[in-house]
Design a protein around this ligand. Sequence first.
Ligand SMILES: Nc1nc2c(c(=O)[nH]1)N[C@H]1C(S)=C(S)[C@@H](COP(=O)(O)O)O[C@H]1N2
Ligand SMILES: [Mo]
Length: 177
Amino acid sequence: MRLHALLLALALLPLGAHAWADDGPGKVGEPSTAVRVDGAVNAPRAFDVAALKKLVAHDTGPVDVVCASGATVGKVDNFRGVRLTDVIDAAGVKLEGHRDARRMVVVARATDGYVVTFSWNELYNTPVGKDVLVAWERDGKPLEPREGQLLLISGKDIQTGPRHVRQLSEIEIVRMH
Ligand SMILES: Nc1nc2c(c(=O)[nH]1)N[C@H]1C(S)=C(S)[C@@H](COP(=O)(O)O)O[C@H]1N2
Ligand SMILES: [Mo]
């Protein structure tokens, strides 16, 4: 019995370590210079800041960066960038029928392994989606080195900290079974 408990604990140890690895602020990954759009798309492609600036720019207006703990960790007057949906549309979600879109999950990753998710419906079919930007500018200035050249922000979230993804490097479209 005790041996079983020990073996179970040992088996779960890596799971626990992984679950906490990307939790909490303060981690800084390799500098991100571009975001790749891949997975279930028609034409995978990568955008650097210059390529993003050719799309239609949008502004979030004031955003308090609120951590999942409830603490306000930053106050921003404006993030400027392009809509995540416009970036995804440039690659084209691979849909095999009109009922396919609802299965799609949008995964945003940073160079330090930080990951957040959106659903296709959330981005394209709720007001939240309009304020999800891939941003290169905060308060009229380029982002700080620790933020990378690109970050992702979901301006209408209640807690904006979790889906404020510094060093954004990949958007993966995943078709759920
Ligand atoms: N790449 C990356 N982005 C991240 C994190 C992280 O660990 N890695 N932490 C998040 C958390 S938990 C919060 S609250 C906010 C805090 O923003 P700040 O680190 O710029 O203060 O960033 C988020 N973005
Ligand atoms: Mo956080």
